[in-house]
Design a protein. Sequence first.
Length: 195
Amino acid sequence: MTAIEISSYAGLTAMTLLTLNILIGLVMSVKYNPVRDWPHRRINTFKIHNWTAYIALSVAILHPVIILFSSTAHFALVDILYPVNAPKQPWINVLGALALYSLTFVVATSYFRRELGRKTWKTLHFTAYATALLLYFHGIFTDPNLKDAPIDFLDGEKVYVELCFLIVIVAAALRLRWQQKQPPPRVHRPKRSSH
């Protein structure tokens, strides 16, 4: 197995974890309660959501680093950090780098969510959707062998990435539909004091 193949599997693993992470986040956003609803068990979805993000970030960092050990790719550290002039697929790798930096931002701001305050953190957390978009586009349009071959959108790995992308789109659409059906939030008006 080559370094490029190992890197490709690391990328797919990170993408799988992030897809799971987004789905868990969407479930949490609709206040789903696994004790009240299926599976009727105590499951700490918050903890699972956090850990899938931490592990995904770690694997996502490994994904480009492994390419440095390839004897055929000829990537240097600068090509990983700033892939504009990378020897292979520079622009699609820019999307991958932006996805990694964006993911780092989402995880870091989530780690400091208490210090940031809920409103600020929540606004920053929406970056996760841009991260997902960059991630899926990078996964779909990258030649996994780094040979600048035409993309086979029906290749098994590509179909898997496309399915993950589709699942997230459908889940996000269902989440928006759920939100539109909710009653408007009640406005809290302070009580007037009687004199």
